[in-house]
Design a protein around this ligand. Structure first.
Ligand code: HEC
Ligand code: HEC
Length: 242
């Protein structure tokens, strides 16, 4: 069972990350999670996240609730290749839960989506985990939006040196400790998030990542986002290529 408190204090058994890296990562979450904005009434961010992470998803209910999301992310969950809407299909369940909670509590600004994830519209922690379970079960787009393809060798080198320590060598992240899969995400979306994290506009980011990208140039960020967008997710996770 995954508990937020265990994320703060100790390593999660069975993780694919090497123990020292995992411990360092968890220590970094402790900083991030210690200071979220709380709601005036109802559960705090940490309470809602902790509850949702420990519930079992009902995928049928998730499929029904997902109708709230199709207007922007599409029936497939593939978002838009121009990067306005991210691909959410195939993302790790716990990562999706965290993003929904962060957006709901305005720790991650997303004014267009906010009305669709408010508690009185969507429901409490069970609804969040149901939707997240359903979305994470959807196959990913085999042809995401990619970058110009002009600096891929540099992108690969940067990825290996600065990103793989957390997002892992295949860019698949780690569900247990809420590290997102970035492989096959739309280029323009990723670049926007990287810039927002660098500027401090995306406040739910992990400090360890922000520190690394702060020292990267605009060209570096473009190269690494381009490289990652072109990486293919593991075959069972993608829909059949077109
Ligand atoms: C009105 C459009 C809109 C609707 C409806 C909407 N979203 Fe989003 N969503 C967005 C946009 C835009 C972003 C990216 C914001 C940004 O650039 O940071 C996003 C981001 C996300 C993310 C974060 C993705 C990531 O990789 O971190 C998740 C998860 C998500 N949406 C899930 C949902 C779910 C589940 C629903 C339905 C309950 C939903 N969205 C409804 C527009 C929408
Ligand atoms: C210290 C660990 C760490 C390092 C190093 C790191 N990341 Fe991350 N990254 C994370 C975590 C954790 C998140 C999720 C933050 C959150 O909860 O919103 C994230 C989020 C992201 C996102 C947003 C994903 C989404 O769907 O919105 C992108 C894109 C990303 N990272 C790319 C990179 C790239 C490219 C590098 C290397 C230049 C990198 N990261 C280095 C831990 C890391």
């Amino acid at each position: 069972m995954l508990r937020l408190s265990s994320l703060r204090l100790c390593a999660v058994p069975g993780s694919r990350l090497a123990a020292p890296v995992r411990l360092a990562a968890l220590a970094l979450w402790a900083v991030a999670l210690a200071a979220p904005a709380g709601a005036l009434e109802g559960p705090t961010l940490n309470q809602e996240l902790d509850q949702a992470l420990n519930l079992t998803p009902n995928l049928e209910n998730g499929r029904a609730l997902y109708q709230n999301c199709v207007g922007c992310h599409g029936e497939s969950g593939w978002g838009s290749t121009d990067g306005v809407y991210p691909q959410i299909a195939g993302q790790h369940r716990n990562v999706i839960v965290k993003q929904l909670v962060d957006i709901r509590f305005k720790l991650r600004d997303n004014p267009v989506m906010l009305p669709f994830v408010e508690r009185d519209v969507l429901g409490g922690p069970q609804a969040l985990v149901d939707i997240a379970g359903y979305v994470s079960s959807l196959p990913m787009n085999p042809n995401p939006g990619v970058g110009p393809g002009t600096d891929l060798a540099r992108g690969e080198e940067l990825f290996d040196r600065k990103c793989a320590v957390c997002h892992l060598n295949d860019g698949e992240g780690e569900d247990e400790i809420l590290f997102p899969k970035i492989t096959g995400q739309h280029y323009v979306y990723m670049l926007r998030e990287l810039n927002w994290m660098k500027e401090g506009k995306r406040r739910n980011a992990l400090r360890g990542m922000v520190n690394r990208i702060k020292r990267m140039t605009a060209a570096d960020l473009e190269a690494v986002a381009d490289y990652v967008s072109r990486r293919k997710p593991a075959p069972p996770r993608t829909a059949r290529g077109r």
